[in-house]
Every structure is written in C-alpha cells, then in structure tokens.
Design a protein around this ligand. Structure first.
Ligand code: FEO
Length: 410
C-alpha cells in the first residue's frame, strides 16, 4: 500500500496509542550555538497512551511552546498528561519546561537520578522528579514503558525508553540527525541517501566525543535481545520499516576505523598558504589517497567534523597572524582537541614571514591529542619556491607512508 506523506505540522499517529508531537525548527541557524542548520532541525516528542494512563516523552526547545502544545492537544488535553518522561535534559528537549510544568501540575516527572540533578540545576524543579533506575517499568494500562540507562549518548543522564508490547524504542539523541521533517515523519518517505550525510554530521559533532559509548550501547542493545519494530529518535525521521538502516550506519561510523581519507584544513589571508596546500593535496592524491580540503576561513565546522569520522590523517596549514596562529585555523585545533581526535598522523605547514615560527604553538595542540607528527613540519615564506615545494612533497609522501597499517582511531 502506498504511504501518504505525513504532515509534521500536525500530530502524527505512528501506531494505535503512539503519536509524534514534536516541532520543526526553521528559525534557529545553529544547533548548540555552533553547528549550522541549513535544513532546519526537528525536536521530536511522543505521546504513549495506555488504557489508564498517558505519558509524554520529551518536550522541545524554548520558543516553540505554542506549536508544541497545539500538537499535544490534538491528541489529549495537556492537563490530562499523567507522566512527563525526560530521556535527557539538554535544553533542546527541555527548554519549555517552565511553561509545560505550569500547565500540567499533576503530571509525574520521570528521569534518571542524574537527570533529576540537571532539572534542579537548570529549572529548580528537582523536587518534582521521580528518579528511575535501569530496568524500571511503568504500567500505563496494557502498555508498559521500560527505562534503560544508556549514559553518555551524549550526556551523562541519558536513558532510552522502550514500549515493551509493540517494541517501540525512544533512544533519545542516539540515531538522530540534523534537518527538519519536511519530507514527512517516516524515514520511508525520505530520500535517505541525501539524508545520511546529515545524520553522519550530527554524530560527528554532537556525539563525537563519545563514539566508544555508541559502539558499546549498540552491542549492549543487540545482546539484550529486546528487538525494535519502530525506532523513534529525538531528532530526524522515525524508522517504522527498517530501524537497522540507521543503527547499522551509526555502528559503522562510530567504530571510526581509519580509512584512506585525509582531511586538510588550510587557512590563508592572501592565498600563498593555499598554494602550499595545493602542492600537498596534489601529491597525496597522486599517492592514491582521498583528500577532503577545507578552507579554514569558510568551512562549516560540523561538515569538517562529519568528514573526520573514518579519517586516516589530518593536515593543518596556517599563516602567522599577529605573531600567533591564524585564528580561523586555531579554532579547528581547539575543536579537534575538544572532540578527542587523538592519535592520528598529522602534518603541518606554516608561514613565518614575520620571522615568528608558529609551529611550536600548533604542536601544543597536537601533543595534547597525542598526534603522530609527521616530518618535515614545513615553514614557508609566501608563495612556495622550488625548495619549499620539494619539502611539501616529502611531507605528503611521509604522511602517505605513516597511514599504512593504521588501526582504530581512539
Ligand atoms: Fe538533542 Fe542532547 O539533545
């Protein structure tokens, strides 16, 4: 039977007794104040109704309360909600708490013990929360919600909620992606080949520091043998036909095994550092490597981090600016250190036309990441002459050799 496109301007029924009541954000240009949202963003929330009780899973980012409440009330008056469940407390799912709590004072609030602490910290509402433990169950009348601790996906308070009878999993941020639900609620309505890069960019930014936890969580879930008929993440589409299509991709991306890809991030004020970068890029490609080259001045940081999954090596190129590292390049050094891009082979080339060598300043970051610094760390003086070109080619050859026999990136 042909599916009709679901209209996410309204509440959408997923199965009998389960609805999506989230919101689509086409207003905010950034997520977490850092990552571009060219296709918007969804903050998914769900209602589960049993014969006796009704639960609301997740809320929404601040600024969307009116839209959110309107969707909930297509299903049930907000004041009749019995339980509000927070899978975790990042404000994209909790920003409207002050409005919602006031409108349903009778609802019991459930979160993990760490979630209870965050509720107190952010909203002064810790006393309202009943902390649930791993494996606890909630009977809604013929329907059971089970709470499962999955910390660090990507906050310490994270849990999954599982609708036992119908095998519907609400896995919080896990298996999410960037983008509003303009193609409909369900993944089978989407052009998924176009969506996967946005899911990968989401994993590579929001969850990048916790990839090991993702791998362990998927193993734990599979070993638990509970099964999933429908996967309802907190961002991105709902998978009602083939939940493994996203889970297996997350599994592969999160393993983060090194490939033959080199990410180059090069900044330049007047072009000569890009001339150096072109020599390195050309040589690496001649050596059979795939090169993703980003201009540090204009690259979207999330896109760079998305490409850093399964990367084999990194090249940084920067001029000197005010006797320091060109700031737009230094931002990526800070970002990579924050996102634990540890243990990679890294090559550098710089410019010291003011007679200040910034290589030691770059190496402070690389040493913090336990990078394998590839010699020579080339220092140029404007457009590369024949001697500098030769050094850059040697650098590319040494980097190529270092990439052989690589294992998993830590
Ligand atoms: Fe979607 Fe970590 O909040």
């Amino acid at each position: 039977m042909k599916n009709h496109k679901s209209d996410t301007a309204k509440a959408v029924k997923i199965i009998d007794g389960v609805w999506w009541v989230g919101v689509n954000d086409h207003i905010n240009p950034l997520f977490e104040g850092m990552w571009a949202l060219p296709n918007g963003m969804s903050y998914n929330a769900y209602i589960v109704r049993g014969k006796e009780k009704t639960a609301l899973i997740e809320l929404s980012r601040n600024g969307f309360a009116e839209d959110f409440i309107a969707k909930v009330e297509e299903v049930i008056p907000l004041a009749d909600i019995d339980y509000i469940i927070h899978n975790h407390l990042e404000p994209d799912h909790s920003g409207i708490i002050p409005i919602i709590y006031e409108k349903c004072p009778q609802a019991q609030v459930l979160a993990t013990a760490k979630g209870k602490n965050f509720l107190e910290q952010f909203y002064g509402e810790g006393d309202r929360v009943t902390a649930v433990k791993d494996g606890d169950a909630l009977d809604l009348g013929g329907r059971t919600l089970r709470f499962l601790n999955y910390p660090w996906l990507h906050w310490p308070d994270t849990m999954f909620t599982y609708l036992v009878e119908e095998k519907v999993l609400f896995p919080c941020d896990a298996f999410g992606g960037f983008g509003a639900l303009d193609q409909g609620l369900f993944a089978d309505e989407w052009d998924l080949e176009a969506y996967w890069p946005e899911a990968k960019r989401y994993l590579g930014t929001i969850v990048a520091s916790y990839l090991g936890h993702v791998v362990k969580a998927i193993d734990k879930w599979i070993k638990g043998g509970m099964g999933i008929n429908i996967l309802c993440p907190s961002h991105g589409p709902v998978y009602r036909n083939n939940p493994m299509s996203i889970i297996s991709r997350y599994q592969e991306w999160a393993k983060n095994e090194r490939g033959d890809k080199v990410v180059m991030i090069v900044g330049s004020m007047w072009g000569s550092t890009h001339e150096m970068g072109a020599v390195v890029k050309h040589r690496l490609e001649n050596n059979g490597l795939e090169v993703k080259y980003f201009d540090a001045a204009t690259a979207e940081p999330g896109q760079v981090l998305g490409e850093m999954l399964n990367v084999g090596a990194v090249v940084f190129g920067a001029p000197t600016y005010d006797a320091n590292i060109y700031p737009r390049l230094e931002y990526f050094l800070m970002l990579f250190r924050s996102k634990k891009k540890n243990g990679l082979p890294v090559a550098t080339f710089t410019q010291n036309s003011w007679k200040v060598n910034i290589t030691p300043k770059i190496n402070v970051y690389l040493e913090a990441m336990k990078s394998r610094i590839i010699p020579p760390q080339v220092v140029g003086h404007g457009s590369p002459d024949a001697e500098v070109k030769k050094e850059l080619e040697l650098l590319a050859d040494n980097l190529t050799a270092a990439m052989k026999g690589a294992g998993s990136v830590s």
